[in-house]
Design a binder for this molecule. Structure first.
Ligand SMILES: Cc1cc2nc3c(=O)[nH]c(=O)nc-3n(C[C@H](O)[C@H](O)[C@H](O)COP(=O)(O)OP(=O)(O)OC[C@H]3O[C@@H](n4cnc5c(N)ncnc54)[C@H](O)[C@@H]3O)c2cc1C
Length: 480
């Protein structure tokens, strides 16, 4: 299916205005605000519907489908793969006014509209001793609708699982404007919609599972003079049968960036730092687990292992890891935040290969991420106005190929969106992509749901062509 650039007929805008009234926005200056997510930019949408109810979404999709006009769902626009960015004339549907949130302590569930900010769920559930475990680092900006569309993860997902593991029921609007509500029994239709990046259906409500807040958490911090030792430590922890709540890595360039940013006294000559949390309700077990993790760090060759004495010290140890993103932002104004996954056993060679590749490019480069589940964020730092964007793209694609060579995947949590869509033909067997398209056609016969994202054009082209749009100021090029 080729992505066409449609113009939006006035008759559609008039029909939308008639049912939505002032929830339809068309002011061209205002539309400019909707060109972006956290990494990409595209053309402005023709109109934005600021939906307040499921019926608003249904009315919009019904009309857009009748006119075969693309619809782009938008949550908190914190996406890192261009998913909420228009690729041509479209109607955008924003969920920021769909923010109803109810917590039921007896069923341990939260019923949420899609525009609820991720963090708000745990904040509300805390008063009854519950929380919502998936914890993307963007949780103060991202919405639950965006999290479901991307099947978002976060540091805690190593032990607790990702967004999709917490969705019990979804309400969604189909491309032809029908409202459906389904749980996970039988054919798991919500499971197909979760992670589909807004290309199949529009999520309008979810029932999410909540968990009791663990009573005890212990934190360990380990310093390695060799990156490979850190990789081995991660493998050893798994071999010991431990599942930490979090197990996060910073490489030397991340350590140096944070030190330059915060002056915390971090070991800038170290090649890697691992920060680890173990949690649970039995203090003795949690203590045993963190001791066992510390032993694994020592066995792998850590030069320093520190166990936090209390929550305050633990927060201090986590501060370094939490500060990587702002610290890198301090070095160059722009960064390409990659999101690859490799098997834990290949963390070391994969990181070494990436560091070798980085030597051929003029850009500062750092690796950090959720090492416990092999999900790394190699970051290319650059300046959009002065650097060669094609070179940044080329570098990012070399990084993605490292993941594929090691039996990994293109994205752990940020999605494919626009950024990696052109790469899908190289990463995914054609038969699998054809199966994806058959699912897409079944859900969305007119191709109106977020076109140009996730699914590559299979019109005979298998050439990998970086979609430069994602980083530059140019128009989108969707002809992969
Ligand atoms: C600093 C930073 C840190 C981050 N850390 C993490 C992390 O740790 N883990 C992680 O997983 N991600 C992370 N991200 C990426 C991003 O926050 C996630 O992908 C998040 O899930 C996007 O949510 P959003 O509401 O901002 O979605 P948007 O960016 O608005 O949209 C994302 C996608 O979801 C679709 N969509 C939005 N709402 C709906 C809906 N109601 N129905 C159907 N489709 C919809 C959009 O069309 C788009 O394709 C990070 C981003 C930043 C900027």
């Amino acid at each position: 299916m080729k992505v066409e650039s449609h113009s939006v007929p006035n008759a559609l805008l008039e029909a939308l205005k008639a049912v939505l009234g002032n929830k339809l926005h068309t002011n061209p200056t205002e539309m400019l605000l909707y060109r972006y997510d956290a990494i990409a930019q595209g053309p402005a949408p023709v109109a934005v519907v600021i939906a307040e109810t499921t019926q608003d979404v249904a009315n919009t999709l019904k009309l857009c489908n009748a006119y075969k006009i693309p619809v782009v769902p938008r949550g908190g626009s914190s996406g890192l793969s261009g998913g909420a960015v228009p690729v041509g004339a479209c109607i955008m549907v924003a969920t920021n006014k769909m923010t109803k949130l109810e917590v039921d302590e007896f069923s341990r569930t939260a019923t949420v509209q899609p525009g609820v900010i991720t963090d708000a769920i745990s904040v509300k559930a805390k008063s009854v001793g519950l929380y919502y475990p998936p914890d993307p680092a963007s949780s103060r900006q991202s919405t639950i609708g965006g999290n479901i569309a991307e099947n978002a993860g976060g540091p805690q997902c190593l032990k607790k699982g990702v967004t999709g593991d917490y969705v019990l029921e979804l309400e969604f609007v189909t491309s032809d404007g029908e409202i459906r509500r389904m749980n996970r029994e039988g054919l798991d239709i919500p499971g197909v919609i979760i992670g589909s990046e807004g290309t199949l259906a529009f999520v309008t409500q979810a029932i999410l599972k909540l968990e009791p807040i663990p009573k005890f958490t212990r934190t360990a911090f380990a310093v390695f003079s060799d990156l490979g030792q850190a990789g081995r430590a991660v493998a050893l922890i798994t071999a010991r049968g431990l599942t930490p709540a979090k197990l996060e890595l910073m490489d030397q360039n991340s350590i140096r960036a944070v030190e330059q940013f915060l002056h915390m006294g971090l070991p800038i000559d170290a090649e890697a730092i691992l920060v680890c949390d173990c949690d649970g309700d039995d203090e003795a077990v949690v203590n045993l687990e963190i001791e066992s993790a510390a032993e694994a760090f020592r066995e792998a060759g850590a030069t320093q292992v520190k166990l936090a004495a209390d929550a305050l010290e633990a927060a201090q140890l986590w501060k370094a890891r939490r500060s990587v993103s702002p610290a890198l932002g301090n070095i160059r104004p722009n960064r390409f935040n990659e999101d690859i996954v490799v098997p834990r056993s290949t963390l070391e060679p994969a990181m070494r290969e990436m560091q070798e590749i980085a030597k051929r490019y003029p850009f500062p480069f750092a690796i950090f991420g959720h090492a416990g589940d092999g999900n790394l964020h190699p970051n290319i730092l650059f300046n959009r106005t002065t650097d060669n964007i094609e070179q940044v793209d080329e570098f990012a694609h070399e990084i993605a190929r490292v993941a594929l060579r090691h039996g990994g995947v293109l994205s752990g949590e940020h999605g494919i969106g626009l950024m990696k869509r052109g790469f899908m033909t190289e990463a995914t067997p054609r038969a699998t992509l054809e199966a994806y398209w058959r699912v897409k056609h079944a859900f969305d016969p007119n191709g109106i749901m977020n076109p140009g994202k996730l699914l590559p054009d299979l019109g005979g082209a298998t050439v990998v062509k970086p979609e430069r749009v994602a980083l530059g100021e140019r128009d989108f090029d969707l002809t992969t």
